[in-house]
Design a binder for this molecule. Structure first.
Ligand code: AQP
Length: 344
């Protein structure tokens, strides 16, 4: 039932330490989709405060993510780049979705379990309701496609369930929607390529993550060339040579991860990389990976630092993007208020 106009939406949390996983799993996809789609990219600051944030760091991290978007190649004039808190409609729709989603659905969300840890009683209500806000972020624009890393797949499925239940609950007796098309599209995740889940450089069983206490576990977009080289040289590996076929990566998560990173940075497949390096030792492969990573990331890091320092420019990009986003979100919310039955 995808009779909706195609529109891409995605977001990144301004929680500091933007890393190679965010870049390969999300930001490179954002850049590529600009040629074929109308795109909205959001710095999701309301999501960031589901865990404690220092206000001054939050401000700086919002500017960091915006700078990273632009440095990586997102065009804020052709597309929309803004921060979530400037468009109140996200929070308004999230409340309505809180009343559509079921507690049982949210109880199944693995990210909440991981982030809340053992002390679940002490987690914020916002952390628990995070996926309904994410559904609102996407659906307030009636977006159809959402580029994300593998870790967000379950939240996207929930967004689809919420859209479906809203359509079922509110439109069944509404003659304006008798065509059965529904009001909200069921958004599709775009999760493709060799690096949809980049793993920690210190432990191939853990996702590369902003909140990992070890800075050596990740390559930050802001790292300089020497730091990138040092982190890759120190990255955990095993004693065997690299395999020449894909099945040789089974049970070798660290090797699999580094090969996936190389493939994604070169825009090739893992098999292409194994055909090039198979049979060789890790030190040769790591040297090539250092050169490639530095060649790709160092210019982005430099541009990011330059842009980030220009607060007036970054803030004007966000304000302009928010004005354009608000117009679209406002139109959706006017229709939603009528559908739900609010008087306005
Ligand atoms: N390791 C990863 N590999 C591939 N994609 C990843 N993403 C995150 N980590 C990886 C994708 O990056 C986008 C933005 O993520 P986010 O900032 O909204 O939140 P997150 O997924 O919680 O990111 P982190 O880095 O893991 O942060 P913390 O440590 O705070 O949990 C998303 O599309 C995500 O899939």
């Amino acid at each position: 039932m995808q009779a909706f106009q195609q529109l891409v939406f995605s977001g990144v949390q301004p929680t500091g330490n933007l890393h190679l996983g965010n870049y390969l799993g999300a930001i490179t996809k954002f850049v590529a989709l600009q040629d074929t789609h109308d795109c909205i990219y959001c710095v999701v600051d309301l999501h960031a405060i589901t865990v404690a944030q220092k206000p001054s760091e939050l401000t700086s991290n919002i500017r960091e993510v915006t700078a990273a978007f632009i440095a990586a190649g997102i065009d804020p004039k052709k597309h929309i780049v803004f921060n979530q808190s400037q468009v109140a409609e996200h929070a308004e729709l999230a409340w309505i979705f809180n009343c559509v989603a079921r507690i049982g659905w949210l109880n199944r969300m693995t990210q909440f379990k991981e982030k809340a840890g053992k002390d679940r009683e002490n987690a914020s209500v916002g952390l628990y309701a995070y996926p309904t806000l994410m559904a609102a972020d996407i659906l307030v624009y009636r977006a159809t496609h959402v580029p994300v890393g593998e870790d967000q797949k379950q939240h996207l499925e929930l967004a689809r369930d919420i859209a479906q239940k809203f359509n079922n609950d509110f439109l069944a007796d509404n003659p304006a929607y008798a065509d059965g098309k529904g009001f909200f599209p069921l958004p599709e995740p775009l999760i493709q390529g060799p690096a949809t889940r980049v793993m920690s450089l210190r432990d191939g069983s853990k996702k590369m993550s902003k909140s990992d206490p070890s800075d050596n576990s990740r390559i930050n977009l802001a790292d300089d060339a020497d730091t990138i080289a040092q982190k890759i040289r120190k990255a955990k590996t095993d004693p065997d040579a690299l395999p020449s076929a894909l099945d040789g990566l089974a049970g070798r998560p660290e090797a699999d991860n580094l090969v996936g990173i190389y493939a994604a940075l070169e825009d090739k497949t893992k098999l292409d990389i194994l055909q090039q390096f198979g049979g060789g030792n890790f030190s040769t492969f790591k040297s090539a990976l250092v050169d490639l990573t530095v060649a790709k990331l160092a210019p982005i890091g430099g541009e990011m630092r330059r842009l980030q320092a220009d607060h007036a420019y970054i803030d004007s990009v966000l304000r302009d993007g928010a004005n354009r986003a608000r117009e679209r979100a406002g139109a959706t919310m006017s229709a939603v208020r009528d559908i739900v039955g609010f008087v306005r």
